[in-house]
Design a protein around this ligand. Structure first.
Ligand SMILES: *[C@@H]1O[C@H](CO)[C@@H](O)[C@H](O)[C@H]1NC(C)=O
Ligand SMILES: *[C@@H]1O[C@H](CO)[C@@H](O)[C@H](O)[C@H]1NC(C)=O
Ligand SMILES: *[C@@H]1O[C@H](CO)[C@@H](O)[C@H](O)[C@H]1NC(C)=O
Ligand SMILES: *[C@@H]1O[C@H](CO)[C@@H](O)[C@H](O)[C@H]1NC(C)=O
Length: 490
């Protein structure tokens, strides 16, 4: 920006030169958590993400509004919660969820304003009408292992994208499939597809990747995973794929850097939801919703290698991107749900409202378990709308060694070494209220404690207001009707 002079501005005003090329790069991990050097994990090796962090504002209170793949991605790309954009569950296969046709997404808006848009990797949202990209190499056109985990292939696609963009401003969304579980789709590659491209006979090679093998005894077990040999093996396998993701992040950034584009590009690194362990993904407990978030702005006075504790929602990403492209105004469709984080990139600003809202409906088609939640710095309130049915377990998690180990230990009445019991995990009360200051692991439910009646009522009112503001179809569900702005029970 240093080169702008009055002459140039006059030319701009006359439309004689194209507007300045400013770009956005979004790097999205799939079920990626805080297993990163920059978030103080000393075992997993993530030099490239750590390096990005040194050039970024590091968010320490960032949350997805929904802990499920497609709903989270749709929310990120539309700026509105899943109950408002219609992506109630997973998009692929028999689950078949799609956003409402009327929703206006970031790629649509950006394309309308002359920005070249691209997606490489996991799309997992639809319909195409709502999420069109000018350049698309996803699971819809290729094998997800190639476009989502083969970092050499991803590097080549980024080169292709940059050529196709010519010198237009661009929005590039690289959605890695690492470090997602391999699950039932490609079990031959190991629990997290850690063997894919590792150079062993039959697994192929990924020329740019040197796999790192971790020893189960070395990994850091987060508080919400049981410390047992089976869980440690699972975590170690995920670390290997985190190092592949990290290599990919480095390769993508290097493609931009070698063309001098990083000096004009806003870079965002985050994840769709928490790691795929019980209490993590598909839950509205912090291990399911808290995500890493790094934003690197090339501007001169941008904050770098600094931490912010601002309460942040991934619904803020869409307005931030619009703001960066100077397209955030009162007519922007996403305006009102999230807030632009651009001011925060320059300096810490007082937090006027620390509330974050969450909305979950399903994951797989069979997993109907609607929840709404609100979090402040101090409290989390979860409303389990269908608390009469047990909490559903997704197939990926169910098949995992970590979860089978929990089931086996519980069945055999052995100590689980887990911080919750499976019985309480499956059977949840309608309301869960946690005091995060004294109970950061969210185990002591205060919702039915008279001392917290006022706190509960205040949070319930704010949540209902948000549900009304965002036209939540589940507003008074399951047993109520809306009357004069209140849900009256039947
Ligand atoms: C990864 O992609 C590169 C480039 O397309 C290819 O040469 C390599 O064989 C691929 N690796 C695997 C394991 O598919
Ligand atoms: C307002 O923002 C929208 C996109 O968010 C954009 O299409 C429109 O051009 C903007 N209007 C003005 C006057 O800048
Ligand atoms: C759980 O128990 C089943 C049946 O005994 C056994 O086959 C399986 O290996 C066990 N899994 C784990 C992770 O302990
Ligand atoms: C709901 O919308 C009103 C009016 O726009 C706004 O003042 C209020 O802050 C919103 N509340 C929530 C919780 O979203």
């Amino acid at each position: 920006m240093a080169f702008i002079n009055e002459y140039f501005l006059v030319l701009l005003a006359w439309g004689l030169v194209p507007s300045l090329a400013v770009n956005v790069l979004v790097l999205l991990a799939d079920d990626g958590g805080f297993e990163l050097g920059t978030y103080l994990n000393k075992i997993v090796n993530t030099p490239n993400i750590d390096n990005l962090a040194r050039n970024s504002l590091i968010f320490n209170n960032a949350h997805t509004s929904v802990s499920s793949c497609s709903p989270s991605r749709a929310s990120l790309l539309t700026g509105v919660p899943c109950h408002q954009n219609g992506m109630y569950g997973l998009h692929h296969s028999v689950h078949h969820f799609n956003s409402l046709d009327s929703v206006v997404s970031l790629p649509t808006l950006l394309a309308q304003n002359g920005i070249f848009t691209g997606i490489i990797g996991k799309k997992h949202v639809g319909p195409e009408l709502v999420f069109p990209f000018d350049f698309a190499h996803t699971e819809e056109t290729a094998s997800i292992l190639q476009v989502g985990r083969n970092v050499t292939k991803i590097k080549l696609l980024v080169q292709e994208f940059l050529q196709a963009a010519q010198s237009k401003p661009f929005f590039l969304y690289v959605a890695f499939h690492d470090p997602h579980r391999c699950g039932h789709s490609n079990p031959e590659y190991g629990a997290f597809c850690e063997k894919f491209g590792n150079g062993e006979p039959g697994y192929g090679t990924i020329p740019d990747w040197t796999p790192i093998i971790y020893r189960p005894e070395d990994v850091v077990v987060p508080f919400f995973v049981q410390d047992t040999p089976a869980a440690r093996e699972d975590i170690a396998a995920q670390y290997t794929t985190i190092s592949r993701l990290d290599t990919g992040v480095g390769l993508v950034l290097e493609q931009l850097n070698s063309r001098g584009l990083l000096k004009d590009t806003l870079v965002i690194y985050t994840s769709d939801n928490g790691i795929p362990f019980a209490a993590g993904r598909t839950n509205l407990y912090d291990p399911g919703t808290a995500v890493p978030l790094l934003i690197s702005s090339p501007y001169k006075n941008a904050r770098r290698n600094e931490v912010t504790y601002h309460m942040t929602n991934l619904l803020d990403i869409a307005p931030t991107v619009l703001d960066w492209f100077q397209l955030l105004n009162s007519t922007s469709p996403t305006f009102g749900s999230g807030k632009s984080l651009m001011p925060l990139l320059k300096k810490e600003i007082p937090e006027t409202d620390s509330k974050i809202f969450y909305s979950h409906n399903l994951h797989e088609i069979t997993m109907y378990y609607p929840m709404r939640a609100i979090r402040t710095r101090r409290y989390k309130l979860i409303h389990n709308l269908f608390s009469n049915s047990p909490f559903p377990i997704d197939q990926d998690l169910y098949m995992s060694r970590a979860f089978q180990d929990l089931l086996n230990r519980t069945k055999e009445s052995q100590p689980t070494n887990w911080y919750r019991s499976l019985k309480h995990y499956f059977h949840r009360p309608e309301w869960e209220l946690y005091d995060l200051k004294h109970d950061p692991t969210e185990v002591a439910n205060l919702a039915y404690d008279h001392k917290y009646e006022k706190t509960l009522a205040g949070l319930q009112a704010a949540m209902l207001q948000w549900q009304m503001n965002t036209t939540d179809p589940w507003m008074c569900s399951p047993y109520g009707v809306l009357e004069h702005g209140f849900c009256m029970s039947l």
